[in-house]
Ligand binder design. Structure first.
Ligand code: DX5
Ligand code: ZN
Length: 215
């Protein structure tokens, strides 16, 4: 059964601590933090100072998804702010192996994210530096979009390929975007380990019922 990491992008930013406590009490397996720079993606959200403030509230896993053009300049501050996982976009990294190694050297798990149109073959030569692949199932930038079926098909192929090359046990697969009660079973079938869900959790009144509907 996939784990569920609610994305606080759809939470009430005016009471983040309370939102995090509630969603964890309701069974969240991790907290997904969307960091957007208004450049790599057309939206601005939050930075490391906020991550540092909410660190005390997160008892599960602090999962930071960096949608920024210059991740190399940012990973250290997110590690220091208390991230457990730091995910960078492959589209933003000229020296991916180095970036992933630096994330691990800072004591975090290293993730790589792929936009819906980005082939997964680009990770082939960094598999030893990698803990997680995040397959975007929408174009990043906003919550509440519809899942792109081809991106899920790619995720299923990634799952088979990681098995073929003997790396499936070391590398987990996460999807992000358009996860709801209809698409979650398709994701489980595609072999996804971690579902990120924003609006399908935080736009509901009952967070436990919302997450149960995804399981
Ligand atoms: C999109 C973000 C997602 C977003 C998902 O760019 O990376 O984490 O919160 O939102 P939903 O689940 O509403 O599609
Ligand atoms: Zn995200």
């Amino acid at each position: 059964m996939p784990k569920i990491y609610p994305s606080i992008l759809s939470a009430d930013f005016g009471k983040l601590s309370e939102e995090i406590r509630n969603v964890e009490k309701s069974g969240a397996d991790g907290i997904h933090v969307d960091v957007m720079d208004g450049h790599f993606v057309p939206n601005l959200t939050l930075g490391a100072p906020i991550v540092k403030c909410i660190r005390k509230d997160v008892k599960t896993v602090m999962d930071c998804h960096l949608m920024v053009s210059n991740p190399d300049e940012r990973v250290e501050e997110f590690a220091k702010a208390g991230a457990d996982i730091i995910t960078v976009h492959i589209e933003t990294c000229n020296h991916l192996q180095k970036t992933l190694k630096s994330i691990r050297d800072l004591g975090c798990k290293a993730g790589v994210s792929l936009n819906p149109h980005t082939p997964f073959e680009g990770i082939k030569w960094v598999l030893d530096e990698l803990d997680m692949v995040l397959c975007m199932t929408v174009n990043p930038g906003f919550g509440g979009q519809s899942l792109i079926p081809a991106a899920l098909e790619k995720t299923a192929q990634l799952n088979s390929w990681l098995k073929e090359v003997g790396k499936r046990d070391q590398i987990s697969i996460q999807i992000d975007g358009g996860v709801n009660a209809k698409t979650a079973p398709l994701a489980a079938k595609a072999g996804v380990d971690i579902l990120v869900a924003g609006s399908a959790v935080f736009n509901q009144k009952d967070y436990k019922a919302a997450m149960d509907a995804l399981r």
